[in-house]
Design a protein around this ligand. Structure first.
Ligand code: GLA
Length: 380
């Protein structure tokens, strides 16, 4: 081949769209916000609009957050004459399509909620046996993400219930991220992919308390092998900024969730974030660990009771590490580079919260106050 034609061929290859399978909807863990943790049923269209505004104005969008997700209580008490779900008009007078348009105009995406049961957890109409019409309604509104809960499921088989909605979403032709919320009762990590889901809750609901975050953390051990691009274990949404944990506890919660490739779905009021909440939720170095394809989610590599080491292999061979102190007193703690599957000797260690680099020999050694964690990248 002549050099010129080789260059032309090469240039045309560069401009070809890269092959993206239609269902490559969550190649990295989804990032966004959800109304439930902070607002429960106290939601309306102004909150959703203001949250979308705040996601942009606060810098959250630039940090990678893009889904604005409406949880339970958006639904009117009855379906319409044609059997479709409708929006509670007192709370959402403009309707869901207009709200979706508003969110999209901000360069964001919008999510909604239903249950694979006869009613939602708050006893609104839900989608069991209405999957096709509801999926089409969501697609018609321009919905990009569905969280699909497990209340009022009539004890019918989870796989069938979740597959019915997965098939219905796919049949709409609209790319809609499918987030299962069966609380780990039926081990959805084993079959979530087969029903078209990109993520699945592994546990019951989080509460804004250290003990809750630690309980959920313990439930993730061993699930790492089910996780990967378009297949994320979901230890539930973030509580950062909701006020019942300390700054250090929220840093630990966010560090661990990021390391475990959890979806980073903020659950606080984005319109009134303190500087410390912003510092946590928008720590771009921690987010980069979460969004690195990694090959494997972060997992526990050492358990010393109140002290634990969690590690995520990064795609470039670096290791992301969280050193956790679950106890109430200050401890000295260390981890060897060989435990991180690195050579002994000297490595560059980046502290992702202090934003400092150090050249370190043999091990990372830190002082951890009670209920806190440090997060580091050890360069290979
Ligand atoms: C369940 C889910 C929560 C939330 C509520 C809403 O408890 O697990 O995340 O969606 O329902 O009612």
């Amino acid at each position: 081949m002549k050099p010129l034609s080789a260059i032309v061929l090469f240039a045309s290859l560069l401009t070809l769209p890269s092959p993206r399978p239609a269902d490559n909807l969550a190649p990295t863990p989804p990032m966004g916000w959800n109304s439930w943790n902070k607002f429960g049923c106290r939601i309306d269209e102004n909150l959703i609009r203001e949250t979308a505004d705040a996601m942009v104005a606060s810098g959250m969008k630039d940090a990678g957050y893009k889904y604005v997700n409406i949880d339970d209580c958006w639904e009117a008490p009855e379906r319409d004459a044609r059997g479709r779900l409708t929006t509670d008009t007192a709370r959402f007078p403009g309707g869901m399509k207009a709200l979706a348009d508003y969110v999209h105009a901000k360069g964001l995406k919008i999510g909604i909620y239903s249950s694979a049961g006869t009613g939602t957890c708050q006893r609104r109409p839900a989608s069991l046996d209405h999957e096709v019409v509801d999926a089409q309604t969501f697609a018609d509104w321009g919905i990009d993400y569905l969280k699909y809960d497990n209340c009022n499921n009539q004890n019918r088989a989870a796989l069938d219930r979740y597959k019915a909605m997965g098939d219905a979403l796919k049949a709409t032709g609209r790319p809609i991220v499918y987030s299962l919320c069966e609380w780990g009762q039926n081990k959805s990590w084993e079959w979530g992919k087969t029903v078209g889901a990109q993520l699945w809750r592994t546990t019951g609901d989080i509460r804004d308390q250290w003990a809750s975050a630690m309980t959920l953390l313990d439930r993730q051990v061993g699930l790492e092998k089910y996780s990967g691009p378009n297949a994320w274990n979901d230890p539930d949404m973030l509580e950062v900024g909701n006020g019942r944990m300390t700054y250090n506890e929220y840093v630990a919660h966010f560090s661990l969730w990021a390391l475990m490739n959890a979806p980073l779905i903020a659950g606080n009021d984005l319109r009134s974030m303190s500087d410390s909440t912003k510092t946590i939720l928008m720590n771009k170095e921690v987010i980069a660990v979460n969004q690195d394809w990694g090959g494997m989610q972060g997992h526990k590599i050492r358990d010393d009771g109140e002290l634990e080491v969690w590690m995520k292999p990064m795609s470039n061979g670096d290791k992301a590490v969280v050193l956790l102190n679950r106890g109430t007193t200050t401890f000295e703690y260390a981890v060897n580079f060989t435990e991180l599957e690195l050579s002994a000797g000297t490595h560059q260690v980046r502290d992702l919260w202090a934003h400092t680099n150090k050249s370190v020999s043999g091990l990372i050694h830190v002082t951890l106050s009670g209920h806190s964690a440090g997060m580091y990248i050890v360069k290979r």
